[in-house]
Design a protein around this ligand. Structure first.
Ligand SMILES: Nc1ncnc2c1ncn2[C@@H]1O[C@H](COP(=O)(O)OP(=O)(O)OP(=O)(O)O)[C@@H](O)[C@H]1O
Ligand SMILES: O=P(O)(O)OC[C@H]1O[C@H](OP(=O)(O)O)[C@H](O)[C@@H]1O
Length: 194
C-alpha cells in the first residue's frame, strides 16, 4: 500500500519550517517522513536543514532525474529528492515543504496528495520575516509582493480540496490542528505487532 504525500505550502514566513520542526516527533509516530529539500541557497542562511547546491549542480541533478518535484521561486531553485517515491511505495507518508505555484504540477504526479495551506495575518507575516532576518529588506519586500500572485486565487480556495491552517497565533495551536487534520485524513499511527 502506498503512503500519502502531505504537501504543506504557504507564504514565506508563514511558519512551515517551524511547524514541521514542532511536528517532527509526532510525524515519526505516524510513519510520516519529512523530505529534506535541496535549495540553491547559501549554506550560511539561517533556516531549515537543507542540502545547499550551486545552480549548476542543481541543474545537473535535475537532468539526472534526481528530483520528484522541483520549482523556482524567490530567485532560488528548490528540489524534492526522488527518493520520496521509494518511501511512498513502502507505505510511508511523506511531508514536503512545497510551493503554492507548483501545486497543480505536484497534483499531476501525486493525485492523492493532501494539500495544506498555512496562512498568517499579513502584518504578522511582515513582522516575522523581519524578525527572522534571513533575507535583506529588499528580499523580504519581494517575498511579500509575491503573495499578491496568490491572493484571492484558486490556491486559497478550500473548495479545491485545500485545507487552510492559520498560524497567526500560537504555534502549539497550529500543531494541534495539523495533527487533527492528518488524523481525519486517515494518517494515523499504525498498530505495532508485539
Ligand atoms: N506561531 C508562531 N508564532 C510566533 N512566531 C512564529 C510562529 N510560527 C513561526 N514563527 C516565526 O516566524 C518566522 C518564520 O517562520 P518559518 O521560518 O518557519 O517560516 P517558513 O514558512 O518556513 O518560511 P520560508 O518558506 O521562507 O522558509 C520564524 O522566525 C519563526 O520562528
Ligand atoms: O511562493 P510559493 O510558490 O508558495 O513558494 C516559494 C518557495 O519559497 C519558500 O521557501 P523559502 O522561503 O525560500 O524557504 C517556500 O517554502 C517555497 O518553496
Amino acid at each position: 500500500m502506498s503512503g500519502r504525500l502531505v504537501y504543506l505550502m504557504g507564504p514565506s514566513g508563514s511558519g512551515k519550517d517551524s511547524l514541521i520542526d514542532a511536528a517532527r516527533d509526532a510525524l515519526a509516530q505516524l510513519d510520516c517522513v519529512v523530505a529534506r529539500r535541496v535549495i540553491t541557497r547559501s549554506a550560511e542562511s539561517v533556516g531549515e536543514a537543507v542540502q545547499g547546491l550551486t545552480p549548476l549542480a542543481f541543474a545537473e541533478l535535475a537532468r539526472e532525474g534526481g528530483f520528484a518535484l522541483s520549482w523556482r521561486a524567490n530567485g532560488l531553485d528548490y528540489g524534492i529528492p526522488v527518493q520520496i517515491d521509494q518511501w511512498l511505495a513502502q507505505g510511508l507518508h511523506v511531508l514536503v515543504n512545497g510551493s503554492r505555484a507548483h501545486l497543480s504540477l505536484a497534483k499531476e504526479r501525486y493525485p492523492q496528495l493532501l494539500p495544506i495551506l498555512l496562512s498568517v495575518d499579513p502584518d504578522v507575516l511582515r513582522e516575522r520575516l523581519h524578525r527572522r532576518g534571513r533575507e535583506s529588506r529588499e528580499e523580504i519586500e519581494a517575498r511579500l509582493a509575491r503573495n499578491t500572485l496568490f491572493a484571492g486565487g484558486a490556491v486559497e480556495d478550500e473548495s479545491g480540496g485545500i485545507f487552510l491552517l492559520d498560524n497567526s497565533a500560537e504555534l502549539s495551536t497550529t500543531l494541534a490542528r495539523l495533527l487533527a487534520l492528518l488524523g481525519n485524513e486517515g494518517i494515523v499511527e499504525k498498530p505495532r505487532s508485539a
